[in-house]
Design a protein around this ligand. Structure first.
Ligand SMILES: *Cc1c(COP(=O)(O)O)cnc(C)c1O
Length: 226
């Protein structure tokens, strides 16, 4: 299967999910996750219209990041170790895995010294699986308040990962919970601005995520499989 076929099929499925849920197609953006893909595959994705690339590890992503440069918008989607922040801070536009105060402090410190603002998603462990990173739903409001005081962090929304093997109803409920948490943060006006985005949905559950309000879906294997 060529990359173009993968892209066409995914596009069709996103469009159908939008139609089913009465959403506008342009409200859902795709991040092509290239962590298992070669530079050549990433280049092919870009040639066929992909604009956003997601990577989850540093320095594994370095070669692609350096070669592709600003021909893509870069998203750091994986767990971020505090001691890696200085390497990635000005190489990625979005950070999807802000899940603890120590990381917020380090991002703030580095962003301040570079005089930049970094766009972050707060990662929430909605499923409660021990293997997953993310702040618990119970701790989210306190964490959000702490983060809201950092002038160089712009929180654009919430991110979650559903369990890899779960029933559709369970996955749907978790995506719905993430949306409700975002609405609640906005209602309580913890930030001086509105959180707009939900980063949720991967190759095996992106249609459910779109139906539940995802504005960013993160697709790896389904785009690069042959
Ligand atoms: C790898 C990864 C993805 C993409 O996973 P696929 O199942 O291959 O689509 C999405 N989000 C995160 C955080 C990842 O680590």
């Amino acid at each position: 299967m060529a990359i173009t076929d993968n892209l066409d099929r995914v596009e069709h499925r996103i469009a159908e999910a939008c139609k089913r849920s009465g959403r506008a197609r342009e409200d859902v953006q795709v991040i092509a996750v290239t962590k298992y893909a070669s530079l050549q595959t990433a280049e092919q994705l870009l040639q066929h219209g992909v604009q956003h690339i997601g990577e989850s590890r540093w320095p594994d992503a370095e070669q692609k990041r350096t070669t592709i440069g600003d021909r893509a918008v870069w998203h750091f989607i994986g767990h971020l170790q505090t001691n890696k922040v200085r390497h990635v801070i000005d190489r990625f536009t979005y950070f999807h895995s802000l899940d603890r105060l120590s990381l917020a402090k380090e991002l703030e410190k580095r962003a301040k010294s570079l005089d930049i603002e970094v766009k972050c998603f707060l990662q929430v462990n909605v499923s409660g699986e021990k293997s997953k990173h993310g702040c618990s739903p119970e701790d989210l409001f306190t964490f959000a308040e702490q983060v809201s005081q950092r002038d160089h962090l712009r929180i654009v929304g919430l991110m979650t990962m559903a369990p890899y093997e779960a029933k559709e109803q369970e996955i749907r409920q978790q995506f719905r919970t993430l949306r409700e948490l975002k609405d609640e943060l906005n209602k309580r006006a913890i930030f001086t601005y509105e959180l707009e985005h939900l980063s949720m949905g991967m190759s095996n559950d992106f249609e459910i995520a779109v139906e539940e309000g995802a504005t960013w879906i993160r697709l790896g294997s389904i785009l690069v499989q042959s």
